[in-house]
Design a protein around this ligand. Structure first.
Ligand SMILES: C[S@@+](CC[C@H](N)C(=O)[O-])C[C@H]1O[C@@H](n2cnc3c(N)ncnc32)[C@H](O)[C@@H]1O
Length: 290
């Protein structure tokens, strides 16, 4: 059966997502983005995609599937579908123990500047950067360490599958209430208030922005197209959405992108336990490449 054979389900009221249609979306989303779509997520998928149907002015999920599978619109629509099915929740200094570990253990004791290659450049990758808070929290942490210790250079690559999130990363503008977790001293040094105080926005200072770059990367791709290797990879709060097999495949690919002895950070509810991957645990949810 193809998506064209699926019966239309609209009979007055909002369009409903039929079981067979759900199964087509399920297979497509898991295949393209790696995100698990168990039956419990059907209602969530229906309500989120309904918004997209309204924007497009179409009246059934069957029609929407035709757009999704039409080669002329598939890529554009995939971007919208990703936004509909992924969770972009993030914060500045989220799971702050990781940033503390970085500045109190990794940077002073474990990472050796003379092992960072000829340019003495520390390279860090945040591979599910969402709207950028994680990347800029890393930049503040690395910049602070450089200010207070022997200077070094660093670069941070932020990637995400969502082009909408990457636009926000590049804009580097956040509502003032988002910066609550940022310590006062860092706010003064690295954030700019908008001239119009009533707008309630802050922008990351250019000195930090010049250290970061953003690209779109789908973690499900066989080859990320990234030639660099990194001393540190943050891959936090994204593998929970993938099934076990895809998690293991991804961990092998991240292993290959790490420099010898490099460090991998996962989210606090994520683990490598029980996975046959060459990493050693050095702190809770922090792993070193073997
Ligand atoms: C919950 S956010 C995590 C943000 C940040 N790492 C943190 O811990 O706060 C998950 C992010 O993963 C991204 N994502 C989901 N599937 C992805 C994939 N296959 N490739 C790349 N990014 C993906 C989503 O777009 C979303 O921005």
């Amino acid at each position: 059966m193809t998506h064209n054979d699926i019966e239309r389900t609209t009979a007055g009221g909002p369009p409903r997502l039929a079981e067979k249609e759900f199964q087509v979306f399920q297979k497509y989303i898991e295949g393209q983005i790696g995100i698990k779509m168990p039956p419990a997520k059907r209602v969530m998928l229906e309500s989120r995609l309904l918004k997209r149907l309204r924007v497009l002015g179409i009246g059934s999920f069957g029609e929407y599937l035709e757009i999704v599978f039409d080669p002329a619109s598939a890529q554009t629509e995939l971007v919208h579908m990703i936004d509909a099915v992924t969770t972009n929740k993030t914060d500045f200094f989220r799971e702050n123990e990781h940033f503390r570990y970085l500045s109190s253990i990794l940077l002073p004791e474990r990472l050796r500047i003379d092992e960072w290659g000829r340019d003495n450049m520390l390279k860090v990758w945040s591979c599910a950067s969402s709207s950028g808070e994680e990347v800029y929290s890393l930049a503040m942490t690395l910049e602070e360490f450089a200010r207070n210790n022997s200077p070094y250079t660093y670069r941070i690559l932020g990637t995400d599958i969502s082009t909408r999130m990457l636009e926000r990363c590049r804009a580097a503008v956040y509502p003032a209430e988002r910066i609550e977790p940022v310590p006062e001293s860092l706010r003064k040094r690295y954030l700019l208030r908008s001239k119009d105080r009533t707008a309630g926005l802050v922008k990351i200072r250019p000195e930090l922005r010049s250290r970061v770059q953003f690209h779109r990367v789908n973690l499900m791709d066989g080859d990320f197209g990234i030639r660099d290797t990194f001393q540190i990879i943050f891959c936090r709060n994204v593998i929970i959405y993938f099934d076990r097999e895809r998690q293991v495949q991804l961990m092998h690919k991240l292993h290959a992108q790490l420099a010898p002895g490099g460090y991998l950070f996962l989210g606090h509810s994520e683990t490598l336990a029980g996975m046959d991957v060459p990493f050693r645990t050095v702190a809770p949810t922090v792993y070193r490449k073997e």
